[in-house]
Structure formats: structure tokens, C-alpha cells
Design a protein around this ligand. Structure first.
Ligand code: NAD
Ligand code: IPM
Ligand code: MN
Length: 348
């Protein structure tokens, strides 16, 4: 297996080092050989060279079995141009239309919701990852004046909506789940989200064993807090999925805990923690590496290395249960020490 590793900015660099450390423990334990190519694409690299991603960058990424990204975002690049090219660009150019974000509570003590246990918080969000409000269609006219007009269009295509909704239903079916909930804002966005309504209703008829329900996104946010146990699979658009997965991360114990995959089935896919570069935490050895390490587990799982992925998941669970974690998760360890514990648990 060959992996492209893009540590990126801020704490992205630190948590990526721990994910790679745990992958190395998997190699030793399972007698496998992984090859890593570290790519320097980041804010530092952009500020030094003027290059966000080289012209053959996406083609190069396609040559790997998978891509791992730490995080991108730096206050010195206020328009976020490098993140747009490296992170969003990879999602778009490699057509990684499934943003797979499991919301799984590992230990009751980590959940800020009163009385909720791992039994109540165990669902998956599928976020459409290649269109919606993220397509950068629009522009500004008379920018910087009192007459400024700013337009940012939301794109919804039949193909785009259909394939993510299909994926959510298929995931439910193959995992023995019985509920899929679609969230949109079709009461206000009566054109774009009417398409979501039509496609969801249409596909639901093909899955007789699955209860297909709908909430408007505002109500869904409320029900996530009030009664998370009702959800098994949620499918939604790009922006709404971004927002509700930060909310979901808090149920898991915070942004440092949440993992994600950016997937195109059968093609080179990309894995990254849900959190960002947290500039205030950077370089202090305090960031929680579990979101990144669990994203590495999702990467192996997606590549069919199931025992290897399960070994990482078990090691993470052990670290959480024994409080061998960073401060945000109720432990006393630094980023590196938390990574050391999980790597050692994999080896055992
Ligand atoms: P953030 O996720 O970087 O941090 C928000 C807060 O969450 C932090 O202050 C911290 O309290 C907590 N947190 C996040 N990661 C943590 C970890 N590993 N361990 C412990 N606590 C953690 O979000 P932000 O502050 O809104 O964004 C900072 C920068 O990151 C911005 O430039 C933003 O655009 C970027 N960003 C990038 C990605 C990505 O690369 N996928 C995701 C989100 C934000
Ligand atoms: C995420 C991030 C990105 C997004 C940002 C950094 C553009 O928040 O991966 O969740 O909005 O998709
Ligand atoms: Mn986000």
C-alpha cells in the first residue's frame, strides 16, 4: 500500500505524525509494508513558494492507494486559498463524493448530553462532498464599496444528489440498518432542495426494509441533541453536513475525537480528522490525535484491511477507557504520549 501524507498546517502536522506512528505499529504487528510519501503542501509551503498545489498535484495523488490529510487553515492566508486548492480541490478533482463521518460515542463520560451512553450515540452522517454551496460559483461586484453585491450559488445536480442518497441507502442495507433520514431545507430552498425530496422519495421505494424519514435541517439539529438514539444514517448536503458533524463531534467528546473519509468507491480516497488546524493549540503537544488515528483506521477499513482497522479501533477504545488520552478527553497525556499509548496497544 502506498499512502500520500499531507500533514498541512497547525495541529494537522502533530496529529498526522501520531496517525503515521500508529500505522507503523500496524505494519509491525501484521507483517505489512506501507509506503508513505510526505507532501509539503501547506500554508508555509504556499507562503514560501507561491504554490498551493503543483500543476500535476491531483494526478500525483491519484497514483496512491489512499491519501491522508491532517488539517489546512492558517491565519496568514486569510482567503484560505491553499486549503481551497489542497483540501476542497482534492475532494472535487478526485470526485470524492461521499463524506463519511461516523458519530460514535466510545465512553459515556465523554458525552456532554445528559444521561446519554454509547448505545444512544451511534450513527453515520453521509455528507455530499462535491457540490452544494462549496462549488465557488458566483463572485463579487463592486467589492469593498457600499454597492457591493456578493453572489455564491448552491449547485444541486440529479447525479450528485442521487449518488450520495443511493450510497446512504446501500450503506444502511449492507450494515443491517433500518433507518435513513434525509435532511434538507426544502421549505425555504424550494428549487434546489425539491430535487433532494424527489430523489430521496424515489430511491426510498427501492428499499422496502428501510424506514426513510425526513427532517428539515433546523429540526434535525434539535433532534440530534434531544434524541440522538433515533438516528442510524443521516444523508444531507455539503454545508449542512459540515455543520452537523461538528455538532456530532461534540457528542463523541469533542472535535479531537471525530474521524472522516472522503470516498469515491473503488478510487483513491482521502481520510482526515473532522477538526481543523486549531492554530491556538499548534506546536504545544496538546491536540488530541484520536480523530486522526481513527481516520487512519477508516482508511484501512475502506481498503479492505479489516483486522488492521479493528486493531486500531480497539487500541483507541482502550486508551479512552483507561484515560490514556489528552486533556480534552479527560486524560493528562500530550499528543505524542497519547499516540505512543495507542501504537503500543496496537502492537500488543
Ligand atoms: P478547529 O477544528 O481547528 O478548532 C476549533 C476548536 O476545536 C479548537 O479551538 C479546539 O478547542 C477544538 N479542537 C479541534 N481539534 C482538536 C484536537 N485535535 N484536540 C483537541 N481539541 C481540538 O476549527 P476552527 O478554529 O474553526 O478553524 C481553524 C482553522 O482550521 C481554520 O483555518 C479553518 O478553516 C481550518 N479548518 C480546516 C479543516 C480541515 O482541514 N479539514 C477543518 C475545519 C477547519
Ligand atoms: C471540514 C472543514 C472544511 C469544510 C473547511 C476547512 C473548508 O470544515 O472538512 O469539515 O467546510 O468542508
Ligand atoms: Mn467542518
Amino acid at each position: 500500500m502506498r499512502f500520500a501524507i499531507i500533514p498541512g498546517d497547525g495541529i494537522g502536522k502533530e496529529v498526522t505524525a501520531e496517525a503515521v506512528k500508529v500505522l507503523a505499529a500496524v505494519e509491525r504487528t501484521f507483517g505489512r509494508r506501507f509506503e508513505y510519501e510526505h507532501l509539503p503542501w501547506s500554508a508555509d509551503h504556499f507562503l514560501q513558494t507561491g504554490v498551493t498545489i503543483p500543476s500535476n498535484g491531483y494526478d500525483h495523488l491519484r497514483t496512491f492507494d489512499a491519501i491522508f490529510i491532517g488539517a489546512l487553515g492558517d491565519p496568514r492566508v486569510p482567503d484560505n486559498r491553499h486549503a481551497r486548492d489542497i483540501l476542497l480541490g482534492t475532494r472535487f478533482e478526485l470526485d470524492l463524493y461521499v463524506n463519511y463521518r461516523p458519530i460514535k460515542l466510545l465512553d459515556e463520560r465523554l458525552c456532554p448530553l445528559k444521561g446519554r451512553t454509547p448505545h444512544d450515540v451511534n450513527f453515520t452522517v453521509f455528507r455530499e462532498n462535491t457540490e452544494g454551496l462549496y462549488v465557488s460559483i458566483g463572485g463579487r461586484f463592486k467589492a469593498g464599496t457600499d454597492d457591493e453585491i456578493a453572489i455564491q450559488e448552491e449547485l444541486n445536480t440529479y447525479k450528485g444528489v442521487h449518488r450520495i442518497v443511493r450510497y446512504a441507502f446501500e450503506f444502511a442495507k449492507t450494515h443491517g440498518l433500518t433507518k435513513v433520514c434525509m435532511a434538507d431545507k426544502s421549505n425555504a430552498m424550494t428549487d434546489g432542495h425539491a430535487l433532494w425530496q424527489r430523489v430521496f422519495r424515489q430511491l426510498a421505494t427501492e428499499y422496502s426494509g428501510i424506514d426513510a424519514t425526513h427532517y428539515y435541517i433546523d429540526a434535525l439539529a434539535m433532534y440530534m441533541v434531544l434524541d440522538p438514539g433515533q438516528f442510524q444514517v443521516i444523508v444531507t448536503n455539503n454545508l449542512f453536513g459540515d455543520i452537523i458533524t461538528d455538532l456530532g463531534a461534540t457528542f463523541q467528546g469533542g472535535l479531537g475525537m471525530a474521524a472522516s473519509g472522503n470516498i469515491h468507491p473503488g478510487k483513491t480516497s482521502m481520510f482526515e480528522p473532522v477538526h481543523g488546524s486549531a492554530p491556538k493549540f499548534a506546536g504545544k503537544n496538546i491536540a488530541n490525535p484520536i480523530g486522526a488515528i481513527s481516520s487512519a483506521a477508516l482508511m484501512l477499513e475502506t481498503l479492505g484491511l479489516h483486522p488492521e482497522a479493528a486493531a486500531i479501533e480497539a487500541a483507541v477504545l482502550k486508551a479512552v477507557r483507561e484515560r490514556q488520552v489528552t486533556h480534552d478527553a479527560g486524560g493528562t497525556l500530550g499528543t505524542r504520549e497519547a499516540g505512543d499509548f495507542i501504537a503500543a496497544a496496537v502492537t500488543r
